[in-house]
Design a protein around this ligand. Sequence first.
Ligand SMILES: C=C(O[C@@H]1C=C(C(=O)O)C=C[C@H]1O)C(=O)O
Length: 196
Amino acid sequence: MNGKSLRLAAWQPHARAVRAPEGMHDWLVTPGSLTARLVSSSAVFRVRRLHQRSATCLADEAQAIGLARPQRAWEREVLLECDGEPVVFAHTVVPMDCDATDWPLFSALGERSLGTTLFYDPLVRRGQLEFARLSADHPLVRRAHAALGKQGGTDTTIYYARRCVYRRRQGLLLVTEVFLPAVLSLGAAATMKNIL
Ligand SMILES: C=C(O[C@@H]1C=C(C(=O)O)C=C[C@H]1O)C(=O)O
């Protein structure tokens, strides 16, 4: 970590507050399942599971999932890939003490999209989206860089992210999606597919 403090984010309730370029703003405000939009924007879509394990949640996540302080949670991290190109780094946390019946499919997801369990289950309630600008030293961007095999030290890119809390029975689950720059090329590809 070379002494750099890990900078967390200021999560905003309105997408316009993070001043994303238009193309990225359009992705940030994708209604419904992001998976569904990515599938329709590419020929080959893949959820590349990086890991699913217990880990200490981030300081700005604890309260969102009902924890008094950062503590162990179930953590799932994936790259969403379109036509072989990673376009989203996604990070999901669930409190360790959640009842297994709250999220019955979560532990066995593998490389199936979490979205397929969240958006087609009538017991799931979706909270409000929040948005943030993340710099390269944010913990989630650092993890995305590591997953992509990239050194983030000189990266001055601003990454745009959104997060949302889902509730099912007594269970809470927080999904954070960090949009990678390559997501912007999908718009062009999707447009070309419509034209050709
Ligand atoms: C919440 C969704 O699920 C997607 C899939 C995820 C996964 O498989 O871990 C995580 C975040 C999402 O981008 C969605 O499709 O909207």
